[in-house]
Design a protein around this ligand. Structure first.
Ligand code: NCD
Length: 296
């Protein structure tokens, strides 16, 4: 894998190999002392950033964190120039979160570095979809997963996680359903059935994943739907029955996309997703560093 900016272009074997590596016990770790990763986060993050830091630490790699405030990005330096300078300092792997979708895609052309997309605007968040998959894989074999249906509920139009999932699901044979008010129906994902009724969309599904309402990205028209969404699409215990497990990429707005009664529900996989976030990112970084020339 040259970079990971999108799920597009990945092969099934690569996805399966990476997820299985994430699930391997820690005693098989290769370590990379003397190496660095650059974490460039131009939008807020808790789980993604910290899990990359934890993953790097486990690999004996030093994580260097850069945010807009306090760096030369605040003085309008481009991401490209920032990365070129950091490359000269010896950083070869960059984890980037930004608002601008095109900017991240352009970084792929910089030679001698590897780029990991940690979320670009409304486009993609490939490592989140992969860690969600690792969470499901921790319960089921690849063969069993091919018979499963995941229902993704909520602000699909703004969700980079859901868009990455729409490309990931076919690579492992998982069936997707997309559930949202019509105003939040995305332009992508035409291959999956869309439901504007929560009960209908969940009927027969094996897992549910709710998404945060991304108010910071909303137009006035998109904002106006939130009250109706809370009334008709908020996930509650009654929708899940006794069996259905549910996920959420976080951060959760309790009382919006998930009812507060689900906060410590045993069918929740949310905290397990955080754990597999470290494992998946460790596997990915390890794969990237294994492919780079070793330090003398
Ligand atoms: C998501 C993101 O930033 O895209 N969160 C995450 O990375 N865990 C989802 C969100 O912000 O709602």
């Amino acid at each position: 894998m040259r970079h990971l900016v999108s799920i597009e272009g990945l092969l099934s074997e690569q996805v399966i190999g990476l997820v299985d590596k994430a699930l391997e016990p820690l005693n098989h770790l290769n370590v990379f002392p003397g190496e660095f990763i650059g974490l460039i986060f131009l939008e807020p993050s808790s789980r993604t950033r910290v899990s990359f830091e934890c993953a790097a630490h486990l690999l004996n790699v030093k994580a260097v964190y850069v945010e807009e405030k306090g760096s030369s990005l605040e003085k309008d330096e481009t991401l490209k120039d920032t990365i070129l300078n950091f490359r000269s300092m010896g950083i070869k792997v960059f984890v980037v979160r930004c608002k601008d979708e095109k900017e991240l895609l352009e970084l792929q052309n910089i030679s001698g570095v590897k780029i990991i997309n940690a979320g670009d605007g409304r486009r993609e968040h490939p490592t989140q979809a992969l860690l969600d998959l690792a969470t499901l894989r921790s319960f089921y074999s690849w063969k069993q997963l091919k018979e499963k249906t995941l229902a993704i509920i909520g602000d699909l139009k703004s969700s980079r996680v859901a868009q990455s999932w729409s490309k990931l699901a076919p690579l492992v044979g998982i069936n997707l359903r997309l559930i949202s008010p019509l105003t939040w129906k995305p332009e992508w994902g035409g291959e999956w059935k869309h439901f504007s009724s929560l009960a209908e969309g969940l009927s027969g599904a094996d897992f549910a994943m709710s998404l945060r309402v991304q108010k910071e990205r909303h137009s006035e028209e998109e904002k106006a739907v939130t009250a109706d969404f809370i009334k008709n699409f908020q996930l509650k215990a009654e929708h899940l029955g006794k069996e259905m497990m549910f996920m959420h990429p976080g951060p959760v707005n309790w009382g919006v996309e998930l009812h507060e009664e689900l906060q410590s529900d045993p069918q929740s996989l949310i905290l397990l997703q955080a754990k597999y976030g470290v494992d998946l990112r460790r596997a990915l970084l390890s794969e990237f560093f294994e492919a780079l020339p070793r330090l003398p």
